[in-house]
Design a protein around this ligand. Structure first.
Ligand code: DSN
Length: 426
């Protein structure tokens, strides 16, 4: 068959785009070459509905070992008893979790999307807000920190079946013990969606949700630096409280309900080529090299926040504990949309983001979210954060000057030449 040059030319162009740009999207990263290699393999050809040792198809003896390795490695990373590595994404992981523990119409309590939460934590445009009754907590206006008093008040008045913590635009650690306390009081389960800070949690740089949350979900492609995908984890398995029994009349364990909620509940055949790449990434997570990397992520984020503050940028909560920061641009008279679009022209990529109590629409926003996992993978250190902030500030302070943008675009390209990406690829 003729090589599909249309597609492969575009793939080459995307690699060049990634090489030249400063990638500040907080949810993106660059996998190792072997993680990418594992994805482009014959494993994509295999159907394997079911789980290792219990499949609906023949010929699964190899993929069984692949999937079991992924399970064993991620259990070791987080020292937990249960892992399901089949969710195709973080959204799929959350959908399966909710299918396992909720009935349609049950109540959930999550962090408001406009305050840093996530679509799958109860947004009305998402399944989580359509099939369940959501209520929300937020952050305090004065501090930008989670308003635990409101969370407790909502938990007591709404009596949700599930309280969700975790965020996509929140730069501080989370008090899981406090959330679990009120959950126990009202009889709710607690889910932590640790998709964003998972890599920092893996190495003990942030509080662990595992001691306090019944369930933990994550994507695998953000700070965990694996392929696109999701996982569901539990520190300890336990008997399901709904009285559901297996064919022999034994009470089913929660792990069993979660497995059934992934397949056949919400997904069909697992993506074994992606699960192989997850296994490779989980192996990397266990290495000292990853510890060095993720420690540098936290140092870089703090150095970057300091550099922004020195130039009078307003960081929500005043700084960061993790890999990202949320910047309110209202004192600079710039919208998030304009900032994103202008920086993009100079190959500096980030996303516009609503800030707490934003007066602008989600399509415009007053802020930007900035993350350092990808540039840290490129090899940047604290001193480079100042350079990146200088580029951003020069553009934003002269936002309608096309000549400045063209000059900085060239400077960015030259700067990124110091941080090679996939040099093994032509
Ligand atoms: N899209 C992800 C992020 O950017 O945080 C969340 O799903």
């Amino acid at each position: 068959m003729k090589r599909d040059t249309a597609i492969f030319d575009l793939i080459d162009q995307e690699l060049e785009r990634q090489r030249h740009g400063i990638e500040l999207i907080a949810s993106e990263n660059f996998t190792s070459l072997q993680v990418m290699e594992a994805m482009g393999t014959s494993l994509t050809n295999k159907y394997a509905e079911g789980y290792p040792g219990k499949r609906y198809y023949g010929g699964c003896e190899i993929v069984d070992q692949v999937e079991q390795l992924a399970i064993d490695r991620i259990k070791q990373v987080f020292n937990c008893a249960y892992a399901n590595v089949q969710p195709h994404s973080g959204a799929q992981a959350n959908a399966a979790l909710m299918l396992a523990v909720l009935q349609p119409g049950d109540k959930i309590l999550g962090l408001d999307l406009s305050m840093g939460g996530h679509l799958t934590h109860g947004s009305p445009v998402n399944f989580s807000g359509k099939y369940f009754k959501p209520s929300f907590y937020g952050v305090k206006k004065e501090t930008g920190l989670i308003d635990y008093e409101i969370l407790e008040e909502k938990a007591r008045t709404e009596k949700p079946q599930l309280i969700i913590c975790g965020a996509s635009a929140y730069s501080r650690d989370i008090d899981y013990a406090r959330i679990r306390k009120v959950a126990d009081e009202v009889g709710a389960f607690v889910l932590c969606d640790m998709s964003h800070p998972a890599g920092l949690i893996a190495k003990g740089l942030l509080s662990s949700p595992f001691e306090h949350c019944h369930f933990v979900t994550s994507t695998t492609h953000k700070t965990l630096r694996g392929p696109r995908g999701g996982i569901i984890l539990m520190k300890n398995d336990f008997e399901n409280p709904f009285g559901l029994k297996d064919l022999k009349g034994n009470i089913r364990m929660m792990s069993n309900l979660l497995d059934m909620a992934v397949f056949p509940g919400t997904q069909g055949g697992p993506l074994e080529h992606v699960i192989a790449a997850k296994a490779v990434a989980f192996g990397e997570l266990l290495s000292d090299e990853f510890t060095t990397y993720i420690t540098q992520v936290q140092k870089n984020a703090q150095a970057m926040a300091k550099a922004f503050v020195a130039k009078d940028y307003q960081i929500i909560s005043g700084g960061t504990d993790n890999h990202l920061m949320l910047i309110d641009l209202r004192n600079k008279n710039i919208t998030g949309k304009k900032a994103q679009e202008t920086l993009d022209k100079a190959h500096i990529t980030l996303n516009k983001n609503a800030v707490p109590f934003d007066d602008k629409s989600p399509f415009v926003t007053s802020g930007i979210r900035v993350g350092v996992p990808a540039i840290t993978t490129r090899g940047m250190k604290e001193k480079d954060m100042q350079t990146v902030v200088d580029f951003i500030d020069r553009i934003l302070m002269d936002i309608d000057n096309e000549a400045t943008i063209v000059t900085i675009k060239e400077e960015v390209k030259k700067f990124m030449g110091q941080f090679p990406l996939y040099p093994e690829l032509a």
